[in-house]
Design a protein around this ligand. Structure first.
Ligand code: F0G
Length: 456
């Protein structure tokens, strides 16, 4: 248990600062500009702790005033003239990085839609289901929200290079933001296990890419040692500033719901950075009076990469590790780094952790894709999770549920080729049809699809 567990800094503890870094385990505090990847005293994870926002007179800002502050620059895509920021991360700066000033490395990012889609609702069995589509971010995944903050921190502390281990999305995001910041980026990815779209982005944006003969968990261990020895700033989700940025997924969806908390927030889980960030965001939103009650947080893992689901089933008595394998390469992780934080997030929100099979993931993906929304396989785990909870009677059809789609459909073209073009008898495959360049050939195709429609 942390020596000092307070959610916000007291004026005394802050000693004039707006934010500090504090160790989860021993409570040691560091200056917000310290580049240590973990607590120098005990090795625990560092978290950012802010002073609660105050008004010009130094009095605590009311929830109403905060909501107004966040509403100002809301959802404006082009940069807003005369103040505010077009980013869906930086309009929450007072709860993310209050001292940022104007120096943010931003594309911008965030401001992602909350989509009601009847076909997906019908599939999941939940009329109140909304899809928070983080694939609308500049590099196509939620990682951009943490990376804009991490890259901003890297720039302001004068980092000479930034690095991460990744299953692909973090590396794509790091590559883009490092390029914008003008800082060299180094990424460690498991050789042969990164989806094509993510690898293509990482290379295109110019990060030095190391294909490690090993899995993600080995990549993470390696980058931690390498960055420490080589003095490179680490930008994995154990970086506390990444967590601050990822909190804005929750702030933004709550804002989109008029600060009425939904009944459930459901997200796919791998390294558990996002589950941890969601827990921190909800804790802070409740303490600041932005919401009146907590939604239940549901983390969904792929069956082949589900140490956290196993832990949950056993009351979190043991921290499990496993050799991970799943079609959802983004969450192919067997030894999640943010375990303890995620346990806290699930416990505090009366949450749940589920496991879904690769078949359930691909079936949900097919439905999300065919609704014209689309997402990468890992993202579909959230909708598969909602469906499972409805069938178990935990979620009712009338419940308000937000499922987070974490990545864009184009992230993993390889799986689409195998779903639609390769497998001979795959159900629901939308095979392309090669024809001669004649109108008759087109007519034959239309006729044939009419008869299959009638038959089905
Ligand atoms: N969904 C997608 C699309 C992801 O890329 C990730 C993680 C997750 C869900 C799980 O989030 O790890 O915070 O529990 N991707 C990391 C990466 C590991 O390297 O891109 P988590």
């Amino acid at each position: 248990m942390a020596a000092n567990d307070s959610l916000f800094l007291s004026a005394q503890e802050a000693a004039g600062a707006l934010s500090v870094q504090r160790c989860d385990v021993c409570g040691e505090t560091l200056n917000e500009r310290d580049a240590s990847p973990a607590c120098p005293a005990c090795g625990g994870l560092l978290a950012i702790v802010h002073r609660a926002p105050v008004d010009a007179a130094g009095a605590p800002l009311s929830a109403m005033a905060m909501r107004q502050q966040f509403a100002g620059p809301c959802c404006a895509r082009p940069a807003v003239a005369g103040g505010g920021h077009a980013s869906g991360v930086w309009r929450f700066a007072s709860l993310v990085m209050p001292t940022v000033g104007a120096g943010m490395v931003s594309h911008p990012e965030g401001n992602t839609p909350l989509l009601p889609r009847t076909r997906v609702q019908a599939y999941a069995g939940c009329e109140g289901l909304l899809l928070k589509h983080e694939g609308y971010n500049p590099t196509g995944s939620f990682k951009d929200r943490g990376m804009t903050v991490g890259a901003t921190q890297a720039l302001r502390i004068g980092a000479r290079a930034v690095a991460c281990a990744s299953t692909g999305n973090t590396s794509a995001s790091l590559a883009a933001y490092a390029a914008q910041a003008g800082i060299p980026g180094l990424v460690f990815v498991p050789a042969g296990k990164v989806a094509m779209g993510k690898m293509a982005q990482t290379l295109a944006y110019g990060a030095r890419t190391l294909l490690v003969r090993g899995d993600f968990d080995e990549c993470l261990r390696l980058v931690q040692v390498a960055s420490k020895e080589l003095g490179i700033y680490l930008l994995n989700s154990i970086n506390p500033w990444r967590v601050e940025g990822q909190k804005t997924i929750v702030f933004e969806l709550l804002q989109q719901l008029g600060w009425e908390a939904p009944d459930f927030i459901v997200l796919p889980a791998g390294n558990l950075g996002n589950t941890a960030a969601f827990g921190k965001a909800l804790r802070e939103a409740l303490a600041l009076g932005l919401i009146a009650r907590l939604p239940r947080l549901v983390s969904v893992q792929a069956e082949g990469a589900s140490p956290f689901a196993r832990g949950f089933a056993e009351g979190f008595a043991t921290r499990h590790r496993m050799q991970a394998d799943t079609v959802a390469t983004a969450i192919r992780i067997g030894d999640p780094a943010s375990w303890d934080r995620a346990v806290r997030a699930i416990r505090e929100t009366d949450g749940l952790v589920l496991r879904v099979s690769d078949e359930e993931i691909l079936e949900a993906k097919r439905v999300i894709d065919a609704a014209g929304v689309g997402c990468e396989p890992a993202s579909a785990a959230s909708v598969a999770g909602v469906r499972q909870l409805v069938s178990r009677g935990v979620v009712r059809s009338s419940d308000r549920v937000v499922a987070v789609l974490t990545g864009h459909v184009l992230k993993d073209p390889g799986i689409l080729v195998s779903m639609h073009q390769e497998r001979e008898a795959s159900e629901g495959a939308n095979r392309p049809i090669e024809i001669d360049a004649t109108v008759e050939a087109v007519a034959r195709v239309i006729e044939a699809s009419r008869s299959t429609e009638v038959a089905s």
